[in-house]
Ligand binder design. Structure first.
Ligand SMILES: [Mn+2]
Length: 464
């Protein structure tokens, strides 16, 4: 896929975001109150002047749309007047960094009413005299540089975060367009990895995981996704069993069982994607690889077929483990009655995505994958709330033959009788399989944003 597809042109309407956030704020705080948040700032590495990669803080991106460092936002809640505060960059720095965008351009680009310089902020707030300053727990307040010290007691960190997270959960149509675009372009990058890998195999050339990572980033960048949502995972052979493998520096094995597990997704204007595909290095799935792959695909399809508003995440997790457990018994890896195996949780020897295997792609609680990628923990919101229309989530079941995990379970005298070691050794060579799609919850089901093939025969066809 070498054709360049120009990115969608969607106006980033953050005023719409703010107005939604405001609905979740306590009405008592509105009169005389302001919303204040500070965006991310640049940092240098250790004791050097080497700048680290900058990625805007997600809540700030949500409120402002600004991807650059050093900005603040002030919103007068009573009048809904939005002030974007930009850094006053000294002339000497402009020599190195370039001339900042003029205010007129900022006003045109962002849905804000006024532009201020950060050097004017303290004076401006003095003049405004807010009764309460609603901000986030993470907001770095520089007292007496930007916020008057006299206002210290007016700062309130109790309400804004919950309001923003509530607002972020359900997407606006323009956000859906950006998310769809990010996932579709990432899908093309995945397809490119498959066909490239196939081509190299046919030519008898060995490749390195690093080459596939670079190729993934390249295809994304060509299509406007110049940033990755998270560090790509390009795991070949036994590395496919390591969930957060990011070294991506090994020569890809070329035996008949070897798989490449690529978990990578580009990001567009802070809107991300999270996609995993697993494909055979030799362009043909071995019987063992196909067996495991088809189990994971069956579990994923079962979930995708059931997703719709009103569904609880917990039930989807239960569905996945039920299928995985059942199928692992069928192929002889697990031994025993399914009910007992489920109760004991022995399937977790091969499936250990925290407490759920379906990683939510969105805010709600602490997980905020949609705009940044914090892939730890389980989104609190979704434990209590059912799915709803216009949420965007990922579905990512997997099966992994991870030696650490297998040893922990099979060497435990309480559990060893539930495992057939000979069978495990037969399948261990494939490493692991994960299939992950980013999907939108629609009125009566889903729209799958992920368009890279998943059926084994389609993957093999693409690699030929
Ligand atoms: Mn992923």
């Amino acid at each position: 896929m070498n054709k360049t597809i120009f990115p969608v042109k969607e106006k980033i309407n953050t005023r719409e975001h703010y107005l939604k956030v405001k609905q979740y704020l306590p009405p008592a705080k509105i009169a005389g109150g302001i919303l204040y948040h500070r965006g991310g700032t640049t940092h240098t590495r250790d004791d050097t002047d080497v700048e680290l990669d900058f990625r805007q803080e997600s809540n700030f991106a949500y409120l402002s749309g600004v991807e650059a460092a050093g900005f603040h936002i002030v919103i007068v809640l009573e009048t809904d007047t939005i002030y974007l505060v930009r850094p006053d960059i000294p002339k000497m720095e402009q020599l190195w960094k370039g001339i900042p965008e003029p205010d007129a351009a900022l006003l045109e680009r962002y849905s804000v009413d006024h532009i201020l310089l950060d050097t004017q902020l303290k004076q401006f707030l003095h003049h405004l005299e807010p009764t309460v300053i609603l901000t986030l727990d993470i907001t770095n307040i520089d007292h007496d540089i930007y916020i008057p010290i006299a206002f210290e007691k007016r700062i309130n960190r109790d309400h804004l975060k919950a309001a923003i997270h509530e607002a972020r959960l359900i997407k606006f149509p323009w956000e859906i367009s950006l998310l769809r675009y990010a996932a579709q372009m990432s899908s093309h990058a995945h397809m490119s990895l498959m066909s490239y890998c196939g081509q190299k195999y046919r030519q008898g050339q060995r490749i390195n995981e690093a080459e596939l990572e670079a190729r993934f980033r390249w295809i994304c960048s060509k299509n406007g996704l110049s940033r990755q949502c998270y560090i790509p995972i390009i795991a070949s052979g036994p590395r496919a069993a390591v969930l957060h493998y990011t070294n991506n520096d090994k020569l890809i094995p070329n035996n008949q069982h070897a798989l490449v597990l690529a978990d990578a997704g580009g990001e567009y204007r802070c809107y991300g994607s999270d996609v995993t595909r697993t494909f055979p290095v030799s362009t043909r799935f071995s019987d063992e690889a196909k067996a495991i792959y088809d189990i994971v695909l069956k579990a994923q399809n079962a979930v995708l077929a059931r997703l719709k508003p009103g569904v609880f995440w917990k039930d989807m997790h239960d569905l996945v483990v039920h299928i995985l457990c059942n199928e692992l018994v069928k192929i002889g890896i697990l031994v025993g009655e399914e009910e007992e195996l489920l109760q004991l949780g022995v399937y977790r020897a091969f499936y250990f995505h925290g407490n759920v295997g379906l990683d939510c792609h969105d805010v709600g609680g602490k997980d905020t994958n949609i705009m940044e990628n914090t892939r730890k923990g389980f989104p609190l919101h979704l434990l209590q709330k059912p799915l709803d229309e216009n949420m965007v989530i990922t579905v990512e079941p997997g099966l992994y033959f991870n030696n650490v995990s297998i040893d922990a379970w099979t060497k435990n005298p309480d559990y060893k009788r539930y495992f057939d070691m000979e069978k495990i050794d037969q399948y261990r060579v494939i490493g692991g399989v994960r299939i992950e799609d980013t999907v939108l919850i629609t009125r009566d089901g889903i729209e799958n944003f992920t368009i890279a093939p998943k059926q084994t025969q389609d993957i093999e066809a693409l690699m030929h």
